[in-house]
Design a protein around this ligand. Structure first.
Ligand code: SF4
Ligand code: SF4
Length: 418
């Protein structure tokens, strides 16, 4: 694609990066069929190719309008288009850059500004979120059905976190929303890793990975969250320390895709850039860890297999796992090896509509995607539905009476309850 970027962005790092990305698009349209919003709205401007044209126009100097902003807001940033694109267009990076430019040109309504600001104050702050969650749970039955669905009736029991007794150690990101809604996810991870000789540890001072603020166009705030986490983790990650960890484990793929990119996000930061690269190198999704530890893991399940009933699972692979981290088939292999039967999930590349804060900011489209996804996941009558990201877990739960779990929870149950 030919480009002629405007002076306002031409010489900036972001402008150069956006220019390089735009030039890789050859307008072939292969991405259209995989785009959830194009499928629902049948409008080229709600497709990846259409949005790329819109972004090109803005970067070439055409002033963005509310319609431009609307089409960009409707994008889930699911990155299914990246997986489908034969030219390697880095759409996710492009829209990050362009949303920031559009945000400066188009004033949002006061109501929208308040909602977006409130989300940034509540969701990334564990203690604040916990207070709001408890209040929501107390008055849940009085709330409108749409809001009630988003609030779990009770938080799950975390169970025991094993003491750090092994020489091999890994850190885990506890995150912001996950410990309030489903603390069992990380304790289950700690129990499984403990069984294969790895102690999982968490540090007190970490916070949100930064994704929520960053994707709500408060990019500096998002970067501050990232710097804060680097400071919290660094004493365990510096190559020179004796008590260093082997990896930083992510149990929410939405956070994982962000932390793996810390090196990129902070590339221009003179103080944090090198540390950020090291943090990204150490970061692994829990499925990658267990895949690497297969030799220790498989014997555990061989013993369990003969004395438990095989249960039928539907696995919803989050967009951040399959398109963001490009981890495909790994969770499925682990679950099958552990003795679960997996049902085939049609259109598994399509987003469930959760997409960070999308379910709150674009409720109509999000609900349509949720209904479609639940229908597919339930079609073959699974015993349980499992996923790999807390946002998808909470969102899917609002659309079904089946209990939605993280896949690591069912693995842990199988190991410890037989
Ligand atoms: S598939 Fe890739 S190259 Fe083709 S239109 Fe979509 S983004 Fe552009
Ligand atoms: S990120 Fe997802 S919603 Fe956005 S254009 Fe790409 S496929 Fe469509």
């Amino acid at each position: 694609m030919q480009t002629n970027l405007a002076d306002l962005v031409k010489d900036t790092r972001e402008g150069k990066e956006a220019d390089a990305i735009l030039r890789t698009c050859v307008h072939c349209g292969f991405c259209l069929a995989t785009c959830p919003t194009y499928q629902l709205l049948d409008d080229e401007l709600d497709s990846p190719r259409g949005r790329i044209y819109l972004m090109k126009e803005v970067l070439e100097g055409r002033v963005a309008t509310q319609r431009t902003q609307l089409h960009l807001d409707r994008c889930l940033t699911c990155r299914a288009c990246e997986t489908a694109c034969p030219s390697g267009v880095r759409y996710g990076k492009l829209i990050d850059i362009c949303r920031n430019v559009v945000e400066k040109q188009v004033e949002r309504s006061v109501k929208t500004k308040i909602v977006r600001y409130t989300l940034r104050q509540i969701l990334p702050n564990l203690n604040v979120f916990m207070v709001f969650l408890r209040i929501g749970q107390a008055v849940r039955s009085l709330l409108p059905k749409e809001i009630r669905g988003l609030i779990p009736s009770k938080s799950r029991n975390a169970g025991i976190w094993p003491p750090a007794r092994h020489k091999r150690k890994m850190l885990v990101l506890d995150g912001c929303v996950q410990p309030s809604i489903a603390p069992n996810i990380n304790t289950a991870t700690a129990r499984i890793l403990d069984k294969i000789g790895i102690s999982l540890i968490k540090v007190e001072k970490e916070n949100c990975c930064g994704a929520i603020s960053y994707h709500l166009n408060a990019q500096q705030e998002g970067l501050d969250y990232m710097r804060h986490n680097i400071d919290a983790w660094w004493p365990y990650c510096d190559n020179n320390v004796a008590h260093g960890v082997e990896a930083i484990v992510m149990t929410a793929s939405g956070c994982g895709v962000t932390v793996k990119e810390y090196g990129n996000y902070l590339i221009n930061d003179p103080i944090y850039s090198e540390k950020a690269v090291r943090i990204s190198e150490l970061t692994k999704d829990i499925s990658e860890i267990l895949e690497d530890e297969a030799e220790q893991l498989i014997p555990l399940f061989s013993n369990v297999e003969s004395c438990t009933k095989r249960s039928k699972l539907a696995f919803h692979s989050p967009c951040t796992l399959q398109h963001g981290l490009q981890i495909n088939g790994v969770v499925e292999n682990i679950l099958t090896t552990a003795g679960f039967d997996l049902i085939f999930v049609r259109d598994s590349h399509i987003c469930c509509g959760s997409a960070g804060t999308y379910s709150i900011l674009q409720p109509k489209l999000s609900k349509q995607l949720l209904r479609n996804k639940i229908k597919i996941l339930e079609s073959d009558k699974p015993d349980q539905i499992v996923t790999a990201n807390i946002g998808c877990l909470a969102h899917l739960q609002s659309g079904t009476s089946l209990i939605i779990k993280h896949w690591i929870e069912v693995l842990d149950e199988k190991l410890h309850n037989h």
